[in-house]
Design a protein around this ligand. Structure first.
Ligand code: KG4
Ligand code: ZN
Length: 331
């Protein structure tokens, strides 16, 4: 089966062609970063307009790069939610029309499940069960994953998502959008021990997170510094990043131990973060368990992971009809 995947839940217009396996034949991601940069974050109205402008060209390019004709496509899979409603509607309506016009089945994919399916796009996927940390701009949650769609929510953030905290701290430091990659780069020459930012929820039982306190502490420190030198900014970035990573990893490892699970995974946009990746692998080695991280290109939003999740749904007989709608929030 060859599936056309479509993803437009936030600010990336993405299409991919994926074959059973899953084997990625092509994956195109048209980023809208330049559109939103001037505003310091995603502007929903602009995001949907940009999706409308670029989606059909992105789909055509994905099909061409896969080296197939449109007739070879057996099914369509598109993100239904959660995400920005206007953005989701563009991709999902396009997918409905595309599938209906060609008499193809359509799978409606949950964006969070798709991030977890990114683990299966590579040669060494995890066996079930595994405990997965999902860290993106919109979500931070821990799941016990026992089958392709058997996800038990163990805990989640009570306020900001980890990626959102990276974005907000970058804005405070005047570093632009998106914040994750710039903070990571700046942190390379900073001292992670200079500012002992709080590690919220670390000493509390359970698997919930909280990141707004770290973000606020960074803001207060910026106000207290007489001026913000390049060195100060690097130390702030490094100390902030270290605090976030420590909390994320401690809860992930703790959840795996509580569930007696010998495998951990980290997925979502923040999983592209180098120090988080290295610390995850190191923590797994120390605990004698296995760590799984998608390569960075499958961490951020893309349509290959949507098609991979769609393949499973379609095989299980799931179909979306013309009455199916998008949803903005999880759960
Ligand atoms: O999964 P994703 O592409 O979109 C959502 O579903 O939200 O995640 C985007 C988030 C942004 O907040 C971005 O700042 C963060 O992932 N991110 C990073 C890195 N690359 C992207 N955070 C930390 N370090 C990175 N290298
Ligand atoms: Zn995402």
């Amino acid at each position: 089966m060859i599936v056309l995947g479509i993803e437009t839940s936030c600010d990336d217009t993405a299409a991919a062609v994926v074959e059973d396996g899953p084997r990625v034949l092509s994956s195109i991601v048209a980023s809208q970063i330049e559109t939103h940069r001037a505003f310091g974050g995603v502007v929903p109205e602009l995001a949907s307009r940009r999706h409308i402008e670029s989606l059909s060209a992105v789909v055509e390019e994905a099909i061409a790069r896969a080296g197939i004709t449109p007739e070879r496509i057996d099914a369509v899979a598109a993100t239904r939610g959660p995400g920005l409603v206007g953005s989701l509607l563009v991709g999902f309506s396009f997918a409905k029309g595309y599938a209906w016009a060609r008499g193809l089945p359509l799978a409606g994919v949950n964006h969070l499940e798709a991030h977890i399916h990114a683990l299966f796009l590579e040669d060494r996927p995890p066996a079930y069960p595994f405990v997965s940390l999902l860290v993106s701009g919109g979500h931070t949650a821990l799941y016990l994953v026992s089958s392709p769609f058997g996800m038990e929510l163990l805990g989640q953030t009570r306020d900001d998502a980890a990626g959102e905290a990276f974005d907000k701290v970058a804005k405070m430091l005047g570093l632009g959008y998106p914040g994750g990659p710039v903070i990571e780069k700046l942190a390379r020459c900073g001292d992670p021990h200079r500012f002992p930012f709080p590690r919220p929820a670390l000493d509390q039982p359970g698997f919930d997170f909280s990141f707004s306190g770290i973000k606020t502490a960074v803001g207060r420190m910026i106000e207290r510094l007489p001026s913000l030198s390049e060195g100060d900014a690097a130390d702030l970035a490094a100390s902030f990043q270290a605090a976030v990573i420590e909390v994320l990893l401690a809860k992930l490892v703790r959840a795996a131990a509580a569930k007696g699970c010998p495998r951990i995974a980290v997925v979502g946009g923040v999983a592209a973060n180098g120090p988080l990746r290295r610390r995850t692998e190191q923590a797994a080695r120390e605990c004698g368990i296995e760590a799984f991280l998608p390569p960075p290109r499958w961490c951020g939003d893309n349509a290959a992971m949507v098609a991979a999740a769609g393949l499973h749904l379609l095989r299980a007989g799931h179909r979306c009809g013309p009455e199916s709608d998008v949803f903005s929030r999880s759960g």
